[in-house]
Design a protein around this ligand. Structure first.
Ligand SMILES: [Zn+2]
Length: 470
């Protein structure tokens, strides 16, 4: 029995790890590599395994860097089951269909730039038919129940508190009379995050695969973040303009709506008209609202006080392009939540074009903005930006709100790990080297054996000490 690291080893995206036991092979995730100029080429490379020889996939959650290469796996011959939690299974189609559309757009753009008569056209990584084939393989597994995936491999998924339907995976692997327990953290949420429950506290394992995205960081406190948002809205109401929030469709959009509901009276939210202007965010929100059994206590109480969901009487769901364009005529009193999260595409661009030149408007940045994106230029207070080829002066007030992250920070990660008794060895995945190294130092200080995983690294599970018992 063996673990092998392939993706999200030494970096954040492309999550994929391989578990082999009793002649069978199971993948933990099969995610897309994102960011970096070479990402499209890297995604196309052959897998270090034969896709037809993979027996099953277990998927931790619906983010594209965890599920985004499943259609490619299917295109290359995988026909086994893809196991995941039910709420995740509802989110995955939204993301994968969008991913196929983006892949097609990328290929078309690349082909337009080819010299005339070029023989080799760029093909998309996969198409909608591959996506539908992958979706057909999904089998839902509930949280907390054991499920045998293949002979000698029994898994159980637990709530990771990261996004709706996110899981940590516990696998009990037996071969030739030897049993080892593996815990794969998946992506771990912050403790006390809105809506979702805290990450499940595992107490024993023989080896842990742990994410390290923010292994070197402390998030700003939640209360401070909420106070700040309340103050921004107060100022914006006095100024009489609109508030534009570029937000990721899954997680951040729902969290913002939740905060507006939670502080409905205190922040006088009724004076605003709130637009959720993103078909993907609307679809994802519906998945959240359909799964109240996964809410934490506060969210459950809030849901009751609003007699169901969506929780805001002044919320407008803008599904169509016409709905979205109609918002352009609104000069003040609107909170507009739209994608993309880094303002490098999507409907938010139109809203920024209309509102950035107006000093009475406000822009609230709620997520990480990668270098080179429009969102980053706004964070850096550029005096002027280009949108759709036009120069747009930035007179609106731009605020950067920390603290609203779907990932736990260093403290959260250590709190999650400290539940294990005795402390099992750790392989750090899903982090830039600086973040993983920083977390490794903290874990070392606890006497833990820590390895920052590299692609191709193999771990012989039988050679590990048995800490968890059978
Ligand atoms: Zn994630």
């Amino acid at each position: 029995m063996q673990l092998e690291f392939f993706g999200a080893a030494g970096e954040v995206t492309g999550s994929c790890h391989i578990l082999r036991a009793n002649g069978k092979a199971i993948l933990f995730d099969c995610g897309l590599i994102q960011g970096g100029r070479d990402a499209p080429e890297r995604n196309k490379l052959p897998f270090p395994f034969d896709a037809t020889a993979i027996d099953a996939v277990i998927l931790s959650h619906a983010h594209i860097d965890h599920c985004g290469r499943l259609p490619l796996l299917v295109k290359r011959g995988f026909r086994g089951p893809i196991y995941t939690n039910g709420a995740c299974a509802e989110l995955v189609p939204i993301l994968l269909r969008d991913s196929a559309k983006l892949a097609l757009g990328d290929a078309e753009r690349a082909n337009r730039n080819l010299p005339p008569g070029a023989a080799d056209k760029v093909l998309p990584l996969y198409d909608l038919a591959d996506v539908e084939a992958a979706l057909g393989l999904i089998q839902r597994i509930p949280y907390d129940l054991e499920r045998e995936l293949s002979p000698g491999v029994v898994v159980r998924v637990r709530d990771a508190g990261h996004i709706m339907g996110s899981s940590s995976v516990e696998a009990r692997v037996s071969e030739s009379g030897v049993t080892r327990r593996i815990v794969f953290s998946g992506d771990l949420g912050q403790y006390d995050t809105p809506i979702l429950q805290d990450p499940y506290a595992f107490t024993s394992a023989d080896v842990v695969l742990m994410e390290s995205t923010y292994g070197d960081r402390r998030h700003r406190g939640r209360e401070e973040t909420e106070r700040e948002l309340g103050a921004i809205l107060e100022q914006a109401a006095r100024d009489g303009g609109n508030v534009i929030v570029p937000a990721f469709a899954i997680g951040r959009s729902q969290e913002l709506l939740y905060l507006l509901a939670e502080h409905y009276a205190e922040w006088h939210v009724s004076r605003w008209k709130i637009f959720l202007d993103s078909p993907m965010a609307i679809a994802a929100s519906r998945v959240y609202w359909r799964n109240p059994d996964r809410f934490d206590e506060e969210a459950s109480r809030l849901r009751e006080s609003f007699h169901g969901l969506p929780p805001l009487p002044n919320l407008v769901l803008s599904e169509t392009g016409d709905d979205s364009r109609a918002i352009n005529n609104v000069r003040g009193g609107a909170i507009i939540i739209a994608g993309s999260g880094m303002a490098n595409g999507g409907r938010v661009l139109h809203h920024l074009k209309h509102n950035l030149p107006r000093p009475e408007c406000h822009v609230v940045i709620v997520g990480f903005q990668a270098p080179g994106t429009l969102g980053r230029q706004l964070v850096d207070h550029a005096p002027e930006v280009r949108i759709h080829g036009q120069r747009v002066p930035c007179a609106a007030q731009v605020h950067t709100l920390g603290g609203l992250s779907a990932h736990g920070d260093q403290q959260d990660l250590l709190r999650w790990y400290d539940n294990f008794k005795p402390p099992p060895p750790v392989y750090l995945v899903h982090g830039e080297p600086s973040a993983a190294d920083s977390l490794a130092v903290k874990l070392h200080a606890r006497g833990t054996s820590v390895t920052v995983a590299r692609p191709g690294l193999k771990v012989d599970l039988a050679s590990l000490n048995s800490l968890a018992g059978d």
